[in-house]
Design a protein around this ligand. Sequence first.
Ligand SMILES: N[C@@H](CCC(=O)N[C@@H](CS)C(=O)NCC(=O)O)C(=O)O
Length: 214
Amino acid sequence: MAITLYHCHEARSMRSLWLLHELGLEFELVVMPFDTRALRTPEYLAIHPLGRVPCLIDGGTKLFESGAITQYLCETYDPAGLGRSADHPERAEWLQWLHYAETIAVHGASLVQQFIVIQDDAQRSPLVQKLESKRLEKSIEVVDTTLRDREYLLASGFSAVDVAVGYSLHLGRAWTALEAFPRVNAYYQRLSARPAFQTSLPDRGAGSPLEGRP
Ligand SMILES: N[C@@H](CCC(=O)N[C@@H](CS)C(=O)NCC(=O)O)C(=O)O
C-alpha cells in the first residue's frame, strides 16, 4: 500500500519522517513550506482540517496527529520492534512518553510563535517567552531524571518514543541549551547520530523555521 507523508522541515512531522526511516518503509514525501498560504489551501485543508503537519495517508487510511501516526505505524508495520503491544509490560510507559513528547513540544512551538511567527516586536510578549522557556526547561528536566539509569526512555532500549521525545528535544534545543542537562544532552547526541534522524533533516537553506538556531 502506498504511504504519503505531508511534512514541513523540522516541524512535528519530522517525528513521522524519522520513524518511517527507522522502520525502513517506502513512502512518498510531500514537503510543504511552513507558511499558512501553502498550508491553508482548500486542497490541503481537505487533507488536514486545520492545515497542519503531519498528515499521513496509507492506502484508505488518513491520519493527522504525530502521536497517532507513531502508534499506527508501529502497530501496523512493526508490532514487535519500536512499538509496545497492549500486553507488553512496557506498554504504559511507552504510551506515557509518546504523549509526553507533546508536553515538551508545545512549549517549543509557543517559542517558535513568539520568536519566529510573530514578526512585529511590539506583539511579542516577554512574559510568555519567560514562562514558556521555564516550562520547557522543567519538562526537559523530567527526561534528564529518567535517564539516570538508562540510555533510552524505556529500560529495554531504543523505541519509537525516543523518536517522539527526541524530536521535541531537537525543537527545544533551539530555545534552551541542552548542555544544562548532561544526560539529556548525551541522549540527544546518541539520537541525532542515527542515520534515520540525519536523513530527516533538511538540506541547509531548504527553508526550515529553525534554520539559524543552534
Ligand atoms: N499535536 C499535533 C501538532 C501539529 C502542529 O501544530 N503542527 C505544526 C507544525 S510543528 C503546524 O502544522 N503548524 C502550522 C500552522 O499552525 O499553521 C501533532 O503532534 O501532530
